[in-house]
Design a protein. Structure first.
Length: 382
């Protein structure tokens, strides 16, 4: 039972450590050159196509995509090390995050040869960006209830409906839309769903901003009004959308971004204690220990992916514990200010952003309540 919660973990050998140090040195140079200012939750909030292209040039995108499709043909563990280094310094990685994390692997698993050649090289170069078109105004946790309909027409499909909370849709080139291609069947409500690769510049697509409580524009409502999707842009099998999105969510939930969204805040607070800008506080140790444990667990999930083992339950455990800790880091640094110490501008900016982003941590990619259900099912308890 424990093994399905935390698979065994590989050790980080010299190849991975060398890669880690190479990425770390590059990021230190970038920060010193003013290419970006470290921030929290940057995999959602900092969209920078130039930075993403630079990562592509260095071979740090599409790492698990085979070379025949323009990728790097490297391992999940190498990808883990690169993503972790990007996150711990709060680099601007939102532009490629969704494409690299889940669209590429889904295309590899379900795409046609033509689709793989059409999209994977651009994703690996950091030139092609994607969003996720799953949630709808009345369908979040209960994704099977999506109402966006796909009607078959000559040469393809017409999609009509509304997607919501679509992160980065106003910047992205395309998204995978989950839609109902056949009427619901009360006995098998997961049947009749399909995934479509939708060009977000196509006629009939209207993207409206949703402004977050931090005053930023990251997510959107996307209205699809009879948007034409040709037959060759259906992803996988018609009617198999449910099993496909479930597998896509496996990739979406498993990475170190579910642990490290507020790590730059924790690291800056630790540095401030060291410099005497904040009082030293033993509570810091609790969070450092938790992050260290979660690093091992998240690395174990990547180890399982590399071995082609099912890691869905383990990924849900990491996401549940990791996103909870991300929020608790924000709370912890906030309590330090209650003792009357004034924060400098750097720490104050990070803390303010972390507190405002915090409610989303345990919602996006599946809420904690839903994840507890996934874990219970994975352990055979329901
Ligand atoms: C920052 C952010 C970015 C996002 N980006 C995207 C994106 O790019 N694309 C996309 O498609 N979606 C995106 N989402 C949407 C996200 O996936 C949904 O918010 C999430 O799945 C929850 O759905 P909901 O908001 O409709 O809440 P609901 O499903 O209405 O849930 C409301 C509450 O009820 C609880 N609940 C619901 N069902 C159950 C149950 N069966 N048992 C116990 N409790 C239950 C939930 O846990 C929650 O607390 C994003 C969300 C956030 C916060």
């Amino acid at each position: 039972m424990t093994r399905s919660m935390v698979p065994s973990v590989a050790t980080e050998g010299p190849v991975l450590t060398e890669l880690r140090l190479e990425v770390r040195a590059f990021l230190a140079e970038q920060i010193a050159a003013g290419a970006f200012v470290p921030h929290v939750d940057t995999w959602l909030t900092r969209w920078d196509r130039d930075f993403t292209r630079e990562l592509g040039r260095r071979g740090w995108l599409g790492m698990v995509i085979p070379t025949e499709y323009g990728g790097q043909g490297r391992t999940y563990l190498e990808r883990f090390v690169v993503t972790e280094e990007l996150l711990v310094v709060g680099a601007p990685v939102a532009a490629h995050w969704v494409a690299e994390r889940q669209i590429g692997p889904s295309l590899l698993r379900y795409g046609t040869e033509e689709q793989k050649h059409a999209f994977l090289p651009g994703i690996s170069r950091g030139e092609l960006t994607f969003g996720i078109g799953m949630s709808e105004p009345d369908s979040g946790s209960d994704l099977a209830s999506v109402r966006t309909r796909a009607e078959q027409v000559e040469g393809g499909w017409r999609l009509t409906g509304t997607k919501v909370w679509t992160s980065g849709a106003h910047e992205a080139d395309a998204f995978f839309a989950l839609a109902r291609s056949a009427p619901p069947d009360a006995a098998h409500r997961h049947d009749g769903l399909s995934q479509f690769i939708v060009d977000l510049r196509a006629p009939g697509v209207t993207i409206r901003p949703i402004i977050s409580m931090a005053g930023d524009h990251h997510f959107n409502e996307v209205h699809l009004d009879g948007v034409f999707v040709p037959d060759d842009r259906v992803l996988g099998e018609l009617g198999s959308g449910w099993s496909q999105v479930t597998s896509e969510l496996g990739f979406e939930r498993s990475g170190p971004e579910r642990v490290l969204s507020t790590f730059p805040l924790l690291a800056t607070a630790a540095q401030a204690m060291d410099d005497g800008r904040l009082p030293t506080d033993v509570g810091l140790g609790r969070h450092v220990a938790r992050v260290a444990g979660l690093h091992q667990m998240s690395f174990a999930v990547s180890t399982a992916l590399e071995a082609h083992e099912n890691a869905d339950t383990a990924a849900a455990v990491v996401k549940l514990l990791g996103t909870t800790e991300e929020g608790e880091i924000a709370d912890y640094v906030d309590t330090l200010t209650a003792s009357g110490w004034a924060l400098d501008e750097e720490l104050d900016t990070l803390l303010h952003a972390a507190i405002l982003q915090r409610p989303g941590f345990t919602l996006r990619g599946g809420t904690n309540e839903i994840l507890r259900g996934v874990i219970a099912r994975g352990l055979g308890m329901r």
